[in-house]
Design a protein around this ligand. Structure first.
Ligand code: ASN
Length: 309
C-alpha cells in the first residue's frame, strides 16, 4: 500500500507536467522533421513469427494464437526492410513500442526499460554517412525546437539544454576499445560535451559487413554527452541471400523461423538500405536532464519494476 501512496505522490510532482509537454514537442519535431523530408509514416507491428534477435540475451516474449507462436516486437528491423519493398516506400519511419524482457543482471540500469518506444527509420539505397548526417540534423532540430517552445518547462526542470554547433565526432569502436577498454561508451559519454558517433560494432547479423572486409561493419551508435549514454543504434543492412546466410550461420542462429524472410532475400526482393532507431525515453531523459529513465515515464517499466499498474 505504501508503494501505491508513493506512486501517487510522484504523480503530484510538477515536473511530470513539464516532461509531458516536452514529450509532445519531441514527438512532434521528430515526426515533422522526417515528414518534411518525404518520409512515409507507418504504424507499428506488435506480433510476428520473427523479431529482432538482439545483440544480448533477453527472455522470450511470445504469445500463442491458434497454435502459432508469435513473437512480440523487440524492434521493427525486419518489417522496416520488408516495408521498403512496397511501392513508393523508399523512406519510412515508425514510432514503435518495443518489448525486451531484459535479464535481472541489469535491474539497476538507469537506461533500460522492459517496454520502450523507438523512433525507427529506414532509407532505401542510403549509406551510413547519409544516415549519420540525417541523424545529426534530426537531433539538433529536436533540441532547438524544445529550446524554442519549452523554455518554461525547461526552467521548471532546472535544465539548461546544451546547444551543439559543432559536427558530431565519429570514432571507431576498435580504436576506443583499445584506448578505454570494455566500458569505452560510458567513459567517453561521461567525458564528452557533444553527442558523437561510434562505428564498426560486431553485433546483429543484419548490420552490413563492409563489403570485401570480413569482420568490419557499416554500423553506428549515437552516444549522448555528459554521461547520458546510448541514444541510437543503426546500420547499413545485409540484403543479399548468401551473405545473410553466412552472417546468421556465423552466429549459430536457428534459421527455421526466418524462412519467409530468407526466401524474400533469395528472390532478390530485399533492397540495400540504412537506418536506425532512436530511443524516445532516452532522448527525453537527456533533454529533461533526468538521470533515471524511470523519471520520464508515468508507469514504471524499469527492469526491477514491481508492475504496480
Ligand atoms: N532499430 C535498430 C536499427 O534500426 C535496431 C534495434 O533496435 N536493435 O538498427
Amino acid at each position: 500500500m505504501e508503494e501505491i501512496a508513493l506512486n501517487f505522490a510522484n504523480f503530484a510532482n510538477k515536473d511530470i507536467e513539464s516532461i509531458a509537454i516536452i514529450r509532445g514537442r519531441v514527438l512532434r519535431s521528430l515526426q515533422g522533421y522526417l515528414l518534411d523530408r518525404g518520409f512515409k509514416q507507418l504504424l507499428p507491428i506488435l506480433m510476428s513469427p520473427i523479431t529482432d534477435p538482439l545483440n544480448h540475451a533477453v527472455y522470450p516474449a511470445e504469445i500463442e494464437y491458434e497454435k502459432r507462436r508469435l513473437k512480440l516486437t523487440a524492434s521493427m528491423i525486419f518489417h522496416k526492410q520488408l516495408a521498403l519493398t512496397a511501392h513508393g516506400h523508399d523512406k519510412i519511419f515508425i514510432v514503435a513500442p518495443n518489448i525486451r524482457l531484459e535479464k535481472p543482471e541489469i535491474k539497476d540500469s538507469e537506461n533500460h526499460l522492459l517496454e520502450f518506444s523507438q523512433f525507427d527509420f529506414e532509407i532505401r539505397d542510403a549509406d551510413m554517412h547519409q544516415v549519420m548526417a540525417l541523424i545529426e540534423g534530426l537531433v539538433k532540430h529536436v533540441l532547438s525546437e524544445v529550446n524554442q517552445h519549452c523554455s518554461a518547462e525547461l526552467a521548471q526542470l532546472n535544465r539548461q539544454l546544451p546547444h551543439f554547433e559543432d559536427n558530431f565526432a565519429v570514432y571507431s569502436s576498435d580504436e576506443l576499445h583499445a584506448e578505454y577498454g570494455d566500458d569505452f561508451e560510458q567513459i567517453m559519454s561521461a567525458e564528452a560535451q557533444t553527442p558523437f558517433f561510434v562505428t564498426n560494432y560486431r553485433r546483429e547479423f543484419y548490420d552490413r559487413e563492409t563489403p570485401g572486409q570480413r569482420g568490419t561493419y557499416n554500423n553506428y551508435d549515437l552516444i549522448y554527452p555528459y554521461g547520458y549514454g546510448e541514444a541510437l543504434s543503426g546500420a547499413e543492412r545485409e540484403f543479399e541471400y548468401e551473405q545473410l546466410l553466412y552472417r546468421m550461420k556465423e552466429l549459430a542462429m536457428d534459421l527455421q523461423p526466418f524462412g519467409n524472410y530468407l526466401e524474400a532475400a533469395r528472390r532478390g526482393l530485399l533492397q540495400p538500405s540504412a537506418g536506425g532507431g532512436l530511443g524516445i525515453e532516452r532522448l527525453l531523459k537527456f533533454i529533461c536532464g533526468k538521470r533515471h529513465i524511470r523519471d520520464v515515464a508515468l508507469f514504471d517499466r524499469t527492469v526491477g519494476t514491481r508492475f504496480l499498474f
